[in-house]
Design a protein around this ligand. Structure first.
Ligand code: ZN
Length: 456
């Protein structure tokens, strides 16, 4: 009796031992959206993207990227999304795809690629995210309750209605949004999908991994890459994972991964492009006529009031309101450092302003603001995930950053950026303190945020 029971187990183990390795099956995960809704969503976002970025109209460059794109599209089996390929005048090394097919490649990425195979590799990887529907899969999982209600309510069917309602769920094009920030598994699958596509198109799939690893190596040295790796985390062992997958590919001879005349020409065109228009910083909101907003503050706090907002701050701090009647700095007694050029730098305190962003979506507007802040302070880096919140009934976000402290040399400073979307514009507060004071400063900053009230 016992032998009978044991035998099948042994057989099973043996068959596991000798089973040939199987190629990873790539298919879209669970999704609340229909594929047609991926397409609608992508088209709505594409309109938004193209008002924010300059699409390059140079016909040679456009044709070059579309030729590579068409070679890849030809290799997709079965039904495919309607892919479009556009070049964006932006020196940072990035490429991105929207759900349902719109693809964008920055001029910076084309200039940084060593071969056409590398550009094809990045495009193939991005097409993997689209075909495997990673964005809408993640958005579905993060919003199990709300999305079915929106679909049932027919909200998405209205013209332009999709991204507006998704914005209410905190879903947008920001680097931290479920639509754009991928998991390591999704990254690996996009690599394999891309590798299979470029293989079919006659490019060497290893170039895909090589380019990613080259960018990764340079990531620490240049801020040009941060955006890319914020949304495409390294799944680890890229080259090995792709080489393992390549064992299943039919034998092929790939075209040489060298600098072709066409890529040289593309780089020359990029060099001659005018610099992209500097995105104007969002306009400052002026104080409207009206009574000052009021709030209640804890004991020992003073109140800072404007006609747009009010908040409390520690009684021994200094408040310096700006001319516009809205911006202000609130600083600890020893919180301001005078720089060599006489400029003042806040080391412990709060900077407040109210701006008119180009989008009323809290995520897009916060991203825009952060881009500006990080550009002006290259040492400052986003140090964690942003949190969604509500302040006085308005949608808000809290983003942590870190940089060197101006108050304590050799020490880090923590920075929290609170953004609140109001009907008159976006409020933002930059809450700064050196790391060594953070234990005291953080609860104080929470208290201050709780006193924040806005005009109705
Ligand atoms: Zn990716």
């Amino acid at each position: 009796m016992q032998i009978r029971r044991v035998l099948p187990q042994i057989l099973l183990t043996a068959s596991l031992l000798f089973a040939a390795p199987k190629q990873r099956v790539l298919k879209p995960g669970w999704n609340l959206f229909k594929p047609a809704q991926d397409v609608q969503m992508g088209q709505e976002y594409a309109k938004e993207i193209e008002t924010q970025y300059q699409v390059v109209t140079d016909p040679v460059l456009h044709a070059y990227v579309n030729k590579i794109g068409a070679r890849l599209v030809a290799g997709i089996d079965g039904e495919k999304f309607p892919f479009t390929f556009k070049v964006v005048n932006d020196p940072s090394i990035n490429a991105f795809a929207l759900p349902g097919g719109p693809m964008y490649v920055n001029t910076g990425l084309i200039a940084a690629a060593d071969s056409e195979a590398q550009i094809a590799g990045v495009l193939g990887h991005e097409m993997g995210h689209v075909m495997l529907r990673h964005g809408t899969n993640q958005a579905s999982k993060a919003n199990l309750i709300q999305i079915p209600a929106m679909i049932a309510g027919g909200i998405f069917e209205q013209q332009g209605g999709m991204i507006g309602s998704l914005a209410q769920l905190g879903i947008g094009l920001g680097a931290n949004s479920a639509l754009m920030k991928f998991s390591r598994t999704a990254e690996n699958d996009a690599d394999l999908f891309g590798a299979r596509l470029v293989h079919k198109a006659g490019y060497n799939p290893v170039e895909l991994a090589r380019f990613f690893e080259k960018l990764e190596a340079e990531n620490g040295r240049s801020s040009k890459m941060q955006e890319f790796f914020a949304s495409h985390p390294n799944p680890g062992n890229r080259i090995k994972n792709i080489q393992d997958d390549m064992k299943f590919y039919p034998r092929a001879s790939y075209e040489s991964a060298a600098l072709t005349p066409e890529l040289v020409k593309a780089r020359e065109i990029i060099k001659k492009l005018p610099p992209p228009p500097k995105k104007a910083a969002p306009a400052q909101v002026q104080a409207p006529q009206g009574p000052a907003v009021s709030t209640s503050v804890p004991n020992g706090f003073k109140m800072h009031q404007t006609s747009l907002y009010a908040l409390g701050y520690p009684g021994d701090w200094n408040a310096r309101p700006a001319q516009d009647g809205v911006s202000a700095s609130l600083t600890a007694a020893d919180g301001v450092v005078k720089g060599a050029n006489g400029a003042e730098d806040i080391g412990h305190g709060i900077l407040i302003s109210f701006v008119k962003p180009s989008s009323t979506d809290i995520n897009a507007a916060t991203e825009e603001l952060l881009r500006g802040i990080v550009q002006g302070n290259p040492n400052l880096k986003v140090s964690g995930n942003a949190q969604t919140a509500q302040v006085d009934g308005y949608p808000a976000k809290l983003t942590p950053l870190q940089g060197p402290s101006s108050l304590r040399s050799g020490e880090k400073e923590n920075v929290l950026i609170l953004t609140v979307m109001h009907s008159k514009g976006m409020f933002y507060g930059v809450f700064i303190a050196p790391e060594s004071r953070w234990r005291v400063a953080q609860p104080e900053y929470q208290q201050i945020m709780q006193t924040l009230r806005f005009s109705r």
